[in-house]
Design a protein around this ligand. Structure first.
Ligand code: GLY
Length: 360
């Protein structure tokens, strides 16, 4: 078991991310985090068997347990789904001490987290990520949101969980496509923060794809530590540090939105977004071609797409302008300048973006 502490400046709080390989410790972990008589578990139809194990742990820990099950997929991450969950919370008599437990990937975590942030002005939230992507990124750091038709994650909040229980067992049965999506976020950490992690991913690609438990434990633990460090330094993305984690995401969110969230999954869109951002950085003379190529090869090795679809460029640029990182009409992008380091660049022109989107 690996324990990663996330220290928060606000209210001098700290919570733990547990990287475990069983459910046994979950009940005692919850008891140590929160004193709550009632839990409301949110899962989707894919995570239902895992939600069963979580519910048993909650019952053992003395909670009254209610639950909601949603269809899977990014198209569920809407205000309408949130409204359904508000109704259900109200139906079961949830109070301010009800613990919302998100059992799922990024969609369930973001949606249940958004509901926890807003119902009765805030309920405690426990994250139980069941995908690699949620374990290494979305369950840690308190960003919760639903999508708006104009842009992904446009309506949201910062609502830190009381704890995160990442059980690597969930990765054994994770569909291949979902697993590869998570690898996109791990590659992101390597490119923008940790050259050593990037080298590790290159040298252990085979074992990673074989899902060797010790290798998975390493990449999940390392990614969570990198994220925890950033969140400690810049919890609300006001100091610049946290924005670096959006590498590839401004392009990626625009791709997801262009396909009405029915095309690439988030991790796939981010992979193509990173390839575009690296190309733009090379065009600007910021990044060496060699690093951009290493990134591209690694993404391809992990079976991720790297070439944008032939969407109308104007639509993609317009969607990128709606990204939360844009300032007024200026596009701001995270661009790597060497392996393990990146900067937020505020003067990116539409023409540069168009060029980066066009791959011969
Ligand atoms: N996924 C980027 C962040 O949490 O800041």
């Amino acid at each position: 078991m690996d324990v990663v502490a996330v220290s928060l400046a606000q209210n001098n709080r700290c919570y733990e991310v547990i990287v475990a390989d069983d459910w046994q410790g979950l009940g005692p972990f919850i008891r140590g985090c929160v004193d709550s008589p009632h839990a409301f578990v949110v899962a989707d139809t894919n995570t239902l068997p895992l939600a069963g194990a979580v519910q048993s742990a909650l019952l053992d820990a003395g909670h009254r347990v209610d639950s909601a099950v949603l269809p899977p997929g990014e198209s569920q991450k809407t205000l309408s789904s949130a409204a359904i969950l508000y109704d259900q919370l109200s139906d079961v008599g949830a109070g301010r001490d009800t613990l919302v437990v998100a059992v799922g990937g990024g969609v369930i975590g973001d949606l249940a987290g958004f509901v926890a942030a807003t119902y009765m002005r805030g309920l405690p939230l426990l994250m139980v990520p069941t995908t690699l992507l949620a374990m290494v990124d979305s369950s840690v750091g308190g960003k919760v949101a639903v999508n708006h038709w104009r842009a992904k994650n446009l309506i949201g909040a910062f609502h830190q969980p009381i704890g995160v229980w990442a059980n690597l067992i969930a990765l054994v049965t994770l569909p291949d496509r979902e697993f590869r999506c998570g690898l996109a976020e791990v590659v992101k950490y390597g490119v923008v923060l940790d050259a050593e992690l990037f080298d590790y991913l290159e040298s252990r690609a085979e074992s990673i794809l074989d899902r060797e438990p010790s290798v998975l434990a390493h990449i999940v633990g390392r990614s969570c530590r990198l994220k925890a460090d950033i969140v400690t330094r810049d919890e609300r993305e006001t100091a610049g540090a946290r924005a670096i984690l959006n590498y590839g995401h401004t392009f990626g969110h625009a791709f997801e939105q262009a396909a009405a969230y029915e095309g690439w999954r988030h991790g796939e869109a981010v992979a193509v977004g990173m390839a575009c951002a690296a190309r733009l950085a090379v065009q600007r003379g910021l990044l060496s071609r060699d690093v951009a190529e290493r990134q591209q090869h690694l993404l391809e090795r992990f079976g991720l797409p790297v070439v944008p679809e032939a969407w109308p460029l104007d639509g993609i640029v317009a969607a990128m302008r709606h990204d939360k990182k844009s300032l007024g009409s200026r596009l701001r992008l995270v661009l790597p300048d060497r392996l393990g380091h990146a900067a937020l660049v505020g003067d990116v022109s539409d023409e540069e973006v168009r060029q980066a989107l066009q791959v011969e």
